[in-house]
Design a protein. Structure first.
Length: 189
């Protein structure tokens, strides 16, 4: 119990009756968490509580729930605001994070997601989409064991390695990876 600071990305914002809101975040310390904010529409915090930002949250941990004391934007993920398709991909990514992670510490995954979101460029939407969806399968333990250097690279690659090597993926390899990801996702749902 007491006050704590953490970095977070906003996954979902649900407006409730009586002007309150339920905010769902992904954090390195707790994984996915929900925080209730009273009088949200009149709150000064509302301006910073937006999607596609790296946020610093100041949270008071009570006996049964967390209360948001303060919020500051640390970084903006500009790539998601450059086009409608980029925004769609951004919201798709947030929904995948919300679906795949529960309340448990995820510091390495959080760090990788922040790097990927920071480097996102709409001009390379297809490759970012494949990498993100593939890594979500890897992180959840459902990415199939396939042979081949590109599949092995894809399975173990960090975002930094991916960004350095993304030009090395031929259209044929990307198509093969896309088909594998789509089959695996449909099997997992």
């Amino acid at each position: 119990m007491g006050e704590q600071k953490t970095l977070a990305i906003l996954l979902r914002r649900t407006l409730l009756a009586s002007d309150d809101a339920a905010l769902e975040f992904f954090t390195p310390e707790w994984g996915k968490i929900t925080i209730f904010v009273k009088k949200f529409s009149r709150s000064k915090k509302r301006a910073d509580l937006d999607f596609f930002r790296l946020l610093e949250l100041e949270i008071f941990q009570g006996r049964n729930s967390k209360t948001l004391r303060n919020v500051n934007t640390q970084a903006l993920f500009h790539g998601f605001s450059k086009s409608f398709a980029a925004s769609e991909f951004g919201f798709f990514s947030l929904s995948r994070i919300a679906k795949n992670f529960e309340e448990s510490p995820q510091p390495e995954i959080f760090s990788e997601i922040i790097k990927l979101f920071s480097a996102f460029e709409p001009s390379q939407l297809e490759i970012f989409d494949l990498f993100f969806r593939g890594k979500m399968l890897v992180w959840s333990g459902t990415f199939p064991k396939m042979s081949g250097k590109f599949f092995e690279f894809f399975r173990r690659a960090t975002v930094d390695e991916f960004l350095e090597n993304r030009e090395n993926f031929s259209p044929e390899i990307l198509l093969e990876i896309r088909e594998l990801i789509e089959k695996t996702e449909s099997f997992c749902e």
